[in-house]
Structures are given as structure tokens and as C-alpha cells.
Design a protein around this ligand. Structure first.
Ligand code: PA5
Length: 423
């Protein structure tokens, strides 16, 4: 069983026992509402049982497809935005070596409308063998649609009639322009179940295909998610309790903190999950993120001393993937004699403990999530843990965590400005 643990001892001085007691019954009710599928947005709860119900045949197909892509291409271009790319990017960046150029390169596209990015990726790909995984639940989102049209042109120039064999589509079973394209051109395609929204889709082919192509074990990822599914409720309740009590005290911003920059995109995934799920009806904790110790030299001042509306959730990786000793020198000119011979991770862990103590002194409560090490299983656990915590927390807040009506406004304005028919 996973040893991932939510630790609240660094919140104790900000939360009294009665606050806990009173919110726990709300949390139990929210959990029941979610599990019995009786709450708001209950037609989007297909992700809840996924760790237990995902079909071995689908996993097999995904693994075989990943192998084929790896054998044919040096680069996989993953096209998608929001929930259609952040999960796989989070997992791949979390697990891949910082400078590793082993195996296939996975690049992301269609998550902005940067003409510079698009032009540069086209140049970069022009002399490389590549395949495409285009991902869109609605099949109509503008950013990935533009990216697909552009990159498909390059693919056809390079491979002619064989281009379609390098296109892998992940979309709705029946609806949307992408499904139509996939059917017409007979692209190999995977289905995003109707009852799973984008930001909850990491354990569907949306996340699993790019992760498998990158060479990571999706079966282990699911195994980790299953541990959270079966045994994660205590952690979920503690996390949801602390963040909602703090929110009610006026702590409106939750900063996800890591001391391992590999987790930068994990934070981006979490920000989308909670931001899009909770930020509505004039309510919701604003999810922010920092990478320490780098951001201690930028955001550290505000966190220590700025407006007291913050709390932190620290992702503490207890054992690093690799460690290194600080060299011992004779002259100690750089003044590092007091830590020479110590491991870099030892220093990082003291930086973390020192920062936690300083921030508590500065009235910033800290929720700590202790993670034994970073691997497919622990990341799988965290993905499901945060998804379920987000659903429960949204219900405690009194919103529908599974819609995103606010996202439409910019689209309507943009389409009007672009002269899209019907706008
Ligand atoms: O969580 C969501 O539903 C959104 O963030 C979507 O993932 C995002 O807007 C992309 O949508 P689509 O997959 O339909 O292109």
C-alpha cells in the first residue's frame, strides 16, 4: 500500500479541533454525494471508478499502439489544450530525466496560439520522423484544431498517402469535428468516455497514450490510482478539511509548493483541476504554484510578508531519484565547509524545513503531503487523490465542480472578432 500521507501538524495552530469536528460531517456528506453520484454535475462522474474498471484490453491496445509509435517515430507531437494535455505533460515531466534524450521525444502543441511556437515546431520537425496524437473531447476546440491543420500539412508533405497511419486521435465516440475526421480518414482512434470531463481524463487514453509512448508504465500508474481509490479517503478528508477551514478564515489562495522542479507541470495540472472546478459562483480558492527554492528568491518575500491570505500545500518527495555529495575542498574559500560531504538532498530537505518554519511564523499554514518517492505508482496515487479531493471539496464549497461555464466567454468574444459564422 502507498505510504503517501497528508500531514496537518503544521496547520494545527491555525485550526482548532471544533473547526475540524464541524467540517467533517460536511465532508462525509459531500463524499457520499460524490460516491453515490447524486450531486451536481453527476453526469460527469465516469472517472470515479476508473482505477477499478479500466479495461485490460484497452491498456493492452494503448501499450501496443505506444510501441508502434516508438518504433516508427523519433518524436510524438501531442496536440491538445487544458485537460487534454496537462495530465500527460505532468506525468512525463515528473518521471523523465531532466536531460534524458533516450527513446522518443514527446512534444506538446495546440495549447497556445503562438505563431512563433508553431513556426519553430514546424522547422524542428521538418527533418525528423514524427507521429501525432491529437486530443480533444469536444473535437472543436480552436487551439488544437489550428495546430492539427498546420501539422497535418507537414505530415502529408513528408509522408504522402502514408501520413494517415501516423495520426492517432483521442476524442468523443460520436460527436465533434475530430471524430468526423477520424472516421473519414480511418485514423486509429481512442475514445474519451462521454461522462468524463477534460480535467478528470488523465486515466483515460487522453493521458495514458502519451505517457505510454514516453516509455512509462501505465499499468503501474493505474495501480497507484487504485491504491488511492481503495485506501485514499482518509488523506482526502484531511486535505479537504484543512483547505476549506482555511478558506473560511479568509485564506483565499492555496500555493502548491515543490522542492523538486520536475513537479512544475504537476502543479500546472493541479491548478487547472481545482481552478476550473471550484472557481465559480463568486467562490473558490485561487490555486497558485511555486517551485522552491528558485521561487524563494522571487515569491518568497510575498509569501513571508505580504497580505495574509495564503496557505501552502507542500509536495514533499522524501527520497530523491538521485543524490550527490557536496565536494570536500582544502581551502573552503566559498564558505561551504559546514555542509561539505553532505548530500544535496540533505541540504534541500533542510531548506524545506527552514522555509516551513519561517512561513508558519509568517502566519502561512502548511498542509504537507509526504510522498516516499517519485514513480508511476505514487504519481498515479496523487492524480486520483487530487481528482477525488477536488470533487469532494467542490461539493463542500457548494458549486458544481464538473462544469466550466466561465470558459465560454473569451471564446464568444474571440469568435465574434474573427468573424466566425453564427457569432
Ligand atoms: O477540463 C476541461 O473540460 C477543459 O479544460 C478542456 O480539457 C479543455 O477546454 C479542452 O477541451 P477539448 O478536449 O474539448 O478540446
Amino acid at each position: 500500500m502507498s505510504k503517501i500521507k497528508v500531514k496537518l501538524s503544521n496547520c494545527e495552530q491555525f485550526i482548532n479541533k471544533n473547526d475540524y469536528k464541524s467540517i467533517f460531517s460536511e465532508i462525509e456528506n459531500a463524499l457520499l454525494l460524490l460516491e453515490n453520484k447524486q450531486g451536481k454535475g453527476n453526469d460527469y462522474l465516469g472517472w470515479i471508478d476508473l482505477p477499478n474498471t479500466i479495461s485490460p484490453l484497452l491498456l493492452d491496445d494503448l501499450n501496443k499502439t505506444a510501441k508502434k509509435i516508438r518504433s516508427e517515430s523519433k518524436v510524438l507531437v501531442v496536440i491538445g489544450i487544458g485537460g487534454s494535455y496537462l495530465g500527460s505533460k505532468a506525468v512525463i515531466n515528473g518521471l523523465k530525466g531532466y536531460f534524458s534524450n533516450k527513446g522518443i521525444e514527446v512534444l506538446f502543441m495546440g495549447n497556445s496560439i503562438s505563431s512563433t511556437y508553431i513556426s519553430e515546431i514546424i522547422d524542428y520537425l521538418s527533418d525528423k520522423d514524427f507521429s501525432i496524437n491529437v486530443i480533444s473531447k469536444s473535437g472543436t476546440t480552436t487551439e488544437p484544431a489550428i495546430a492539427f491543420r498546420v501539422i497535418n500539412e507537414l505530415l502529408i508533405k513528408k509522408y504522402g498517402k502514408k501520413a494517415s497511419g501516423r495520426i492517432y486521435v483521442t476524442t468523443d465516440e460520436n460527436k465533434g469535428a475530430l471524430r468526423k475526421l477520424a472516421n473519414e480518414h480511418k485514423y486509429k482512434s481512442f475514445i474519451i468516455p462521454d461522462n468524463i470531463g477534460g480535467r478528470f481524463s488523465i486515466l483515460t487514453p487522453v493521458g495514458l497514450l502519451p505517457i505510454a509512448v514516453a516509455g512509462f508504465d501505465i499499468n503501474l500508474l493505474i495501480k497507484g490510482a487504485k491504491q488511492a481509490y481503495e485506501y485514499g479517503d482518509e488523506n482526502i478528508k484531511n486535505y479537504v478539511a484543512a483547505r476549506n477551514i482555511l478558506y473560511r478564515q479568509g485564506k483565499k489562495i492555496e500555493i502548491m509548493v515543490n522542492y523538486e522542479p520536475k513537479l512544475h507541470y504537476f502543479t500546472e495540472w493541479w491548478k487547472q483541476l481545482f481552478g476550473e472546478s471550484e472557481g465559480k459562483d463568486g467562490k473558490g480558492i485561487f490555486p497558485a504554484g511555486v517551485d522552491f527554492s528558485a521561487d524563494l528568491h522571487s515569491m518568497g518575500q510575498y509569501i513571508q510578508d505580504g497580505e495574509r491570505i495564503l496557505f501552502e500545500t507542500v509536495l514533499n518527495i522524501e527520497n530523491p531519484i538521485k543524490d550527490y555529495s557536496i565536494p570536500i575542498t582544502k581551502d573552503n574559500t566559498d564558505g561551504l565547509g559546514y555542509i561539505e560531504g553532505k548530500s544535496i538532498n540533505y541540504v534541500n530537505s533542510k531548506a524545506m524545513r527552514g522555509t516551513i518554519a519561517a512561513h508558519i511564523d509568517g502566519a502561512v499554514p502548511i498542509i504537507e503531503i509526504n510522498i516516499p518517492s517519485l514513480n508511476e505508482q505514487t504519481i498515479g496515487y496523487l492524480l486520483y487523490f487530487f481528482e477525488k479531493a477536488c470533487g469532494v471539496s467542490g461539493y463542500v464549497l457548494g458549486v458544481n465542480p464538473f462544469n466550466q461555464p466561465g470558459v465560454e466567454k473569451y471564446k464568444t468574444n474571440m469568435f465574434t472578432l474573427l468573424g466566425k459564422p453564427g457569432y
